[in-house]
Design a protein around this ligand. Sequence first.
Ligand code: CBF
Length: 837
Amino acid sequence: GRATDRVQILEKIPLVANPQAKEPAEIASNIKYHAHYSPHFSPYKFEPEQAFYATAESVRDQLIKQWNDTYSHYHKVNPKQTYYLSMEYLQGRALTNSVGNLDVQDAYANALKQLGYALEEITEQEKDAALGNGGLGRLASCFLDSMATLSLPAWGYGLRYRYGLFKQLMTKTGQEEIAEDWLEKFSPWEIPRHDVVFPIRFFGQVEVNPNGSRKWVGGEVIQAVAYDVPIPGYKTKNTNSLRLWEAKARAEDFNLFEFNDGKYESAALIHSRAQQICAVLYPGDATEDGKLLRLKQQYFLCSASLQDIITRFKERLGGKDIQWLEFPSKVAVQLNDTHPTLSIPELMRLLMDDEGLGWDEAWDITNRTIAYTNHTVLPEALEKWSQAVMWKLLPRHMEIIEEVDKRFIIMIQSTKPELEGKISDLRVLDNNPQKPVVRMANLCVVSAHTVNGVAQLHSDILKAELFSDYVKVWPTKFQNKTNGITPRRWLRFCNPELSRIITKWLKTDQWVNDLDLLVNLRQFADSSELQAEWESAKLASKQRLANYVLQVTGVSIDPKSLFDIQIKRIHEYKRQLMNILGAVYRYKKLKEMSPEERKKTTPRTIMIGGKAFATYTNAKRIVKLVSDVGAVVNTDPEVNDFLKVVFVPNYNVSVAEVLIPGSELSQHISTAGMEASGTSNMKFALNGCLIIGTLDGANVEIREEIGQDNFFLFGATADEVPRLRKEREQGLFKPDPRFEEAKQFIKSGAFGNYDYSPLLDSLEGNSGFGRGDYFLVGYDFPSYMDAQARVDEAYKDRKKWTKMSILSTAGSGKFSSDRTIGQYAKEIWKINECRLP
Ligand code: CBF
C-alpha cells in the first residue's frame, strides 16, 4: 500500500525544476523533477532509495551554484591556494552534512514530509564513501570541511577508487571481506569533468636531447579524468572541491584490428590496465605486481594533480608572463603522509623537462611549495620502494631522486661534517645490495620546507628520535599541528539532542564554528537542571544505539548499563586485546560472585568495532576472540544483567555517528608512543564521553584540556617503554595474577575451541617484534584493571559522572579541525581567507 500511496502523493506535487529552491514546497517540486527526469530510475516509483537520489540531486543543484561562484571568485582574486594531496578520504555520507552546511535542513525535512518521508529515513539510504582506511583518511575529510568553513582557497586531490574500504562480514570463522560497491548505482555528489583530462605515463625510457635536456618517452600512457565533489562550508557560501582522479585508457589504445581478429583480451590490454589503477584502495602488496600497482596509484595521483595545479597557475596569470619563482607564492602543496611523495620528483620533472627550468630553480620552487605531514612512527608504515621497481616504472623520477640524494650527501659533507657518520641513515637512497630502496620519508624531509607531526607528543618524538639528526641540519623545519575533527559532523549533525542543549545554555549556536566557546559550559557543570537535560540527551542517544546494535547483531543491550566503546582499526598496538582480556576477567569474576555481590557491580556493555587488514592474521584473531567472548557472555543468564560484549560489525563513518553520541566511556589504550594522535578520542570527548587511556598521542592534550580528574589514566609512559621492553627481554617481567587468570580462562576453552594460542603466545616470551609482548599488554594490564575499577566506582555517582561528562565537552574546544586548519594556513601554507562576497 505504501508504495502506491507515495506515487499518489508525488502526483499531487507540481513538477517544476528549480535549482535554487528555498521554500519547502519549491524544494519538493525540485525533488519531484529529479525523480522524473533523472535517467536512473523509473518515474513510476518513489521508493526510499529513489527518494534519496532525487533529494541528493536537488541538493547538488544548490551546491553547484555556490561551487561555480567559488571557483570564479578564486580565479578572479588569484590568491595563494593550498592543494591537499591524499591517497585517502573517508567522506562517509554527504546528505546530512550538505543540507546542514547549506543551512537548508529544516526546509528539506519539511519538503520531504510533503512527499511522505522523514529526512532521517532518506539519509539512511546513502552508502558511505569509504575511500580511506582509518584516521588519516577521516582527518583529510575533516580538513576539507574546515577549509571550506574557513573560506580558505584550498582543494583536496585524491583517487576515485571503484571499491573503497571493504565491507566486513562476521561469519563463524571471523571477519570476511567483501567489496563495497559505493558506486553501485551512482554517486549523486560527483561531477564528472570530461574537460579536465591529463596524460599519465608509466614505464618507458629517458631520452637525452642534443642540448643536454632530458625527456621521458615511450612506455604506456593512461588518462586521468577529474571527478569533482563539491565541499560546502558552514555559514559561508564558499564551496571548495575535492577532485578525484579516475583512470581511463585512450581510444587509440584500443586495438580494433586485434579485436576484430577475435583477440579480445589483448585488444583491450591497456584498457584493462587502466581499470586496475583505481579499482581498489590499498591493493594487496605481497606480490611484485601488487607493489607495482600501488606505486602506479601513487604516481597517478601526484602527476595528475600537479599537471592540473600548473595548468591553473598559468590560467590565472591572465596572459601575463610566467614568473616561475612566484609559483610558491600562489601554490602550497601538502602531502598527507608519504603516499604522495612522488609529487616531489614529479614537480621537478615538470619544471625542468617540460618548462625548461634548471635544477637550482626547480629545486628552490619545489622546496618552497611542498610540505609534509608525518602520521606515524611505526617502522612498517614508513614507506620504502624498491629501486628496481622505481627504475622500471618511473625512470626519469629515479634519475631525479638519485640527484637529490647525491646533492644531499654533498651538502652534509660540506656544511655538517659532524653528521658524516650518519649519512647512510639520513640519505634518501638505501643502497643495501640485498634490497636497494628509496626511503620516502627521507625524501620528504630532505625536500619539503616544513615537516609536521599530528599531536604534540608525536611531534616531540619525531624531533627527538625519528628525525633527530635532520633537526640538526634544519632546526626550524619541524612543527606540530595537533589534529582536530569537524564539530559539524561530529557533534552538531550526529548529536542534535546534545547540540540543542549546548545552544540553549550558551545562548548561541556560534560554538559550531567557534568551538572554544564550549568552555563556557564549565560554569554550569554543577547545575542540576543542565545535568538532567544532559542525562536525558545521553539516554536518548544510548537508546538509539541500542536499537542499532539489536538490528545489526540481534543482541539486546540495556541503555541503563555503562556503554563502553572502542572503535578503530584493529591493530596490536591499539591493544583491543587488552580490552577483551579485561572483559574476560570481568566475566570470570562475575561468574564467581554470589547474586547479591553481582548486584553491587556496575553493569557494563562493552562494544568493540573495527576492521582488520585482510592479511593481518593476529588482528583477525582478535576480532574472532571478541565475537567468541560475546557469544558466550551474551547468552549466559547468570551474568546477562551485568555484562554484555558486542562486536559491532562493519565499523565505518556512519556507524561511528550512531556509536559516539551514545558512548559514556571510550578506550584509547595504545602502547604509549605508538599512536601518533588518534582522532576518535576527540570525537568521544566532544560528545561528553569519558576516556580511559594511556599518555599517548592526543590523549595527552585532551587530558590537559578537560582536566586530569575527568580522565581515567593508566599505563607506562612513552619514555618508559624502551626500558620496559629491555627488562622484558632480560626476563625481568613479573606478570600480574589477573593477567594470567584471564589468559588461562581463554586457554581453558571457555569461549570455544578456536586456536587462540598464536594470539596469546604473542604475549609471552622475551623478545622479537609482535612476540615477547612487544606492545606491553602484560605490563599495563594491572594499571588498566585498576583504572577500570575507578570507572565502575565513578559511574555509581550519577551527579559526579554527569559533571565529568559536561566538563569533557566543555574542554574539547581545542580539538576542532578549524583550529588545526587555521594553524596550517597561517604557519605552513601562508594562505588567507578568500570569502565569497
Ligand atoms: O593523523 C591522523 C591519524 O593517522 C593515523 O591513522 C595513520 O594512519 N598514521 C594514525 O595512526 C593516527 O594516530 C592519527 O590520528
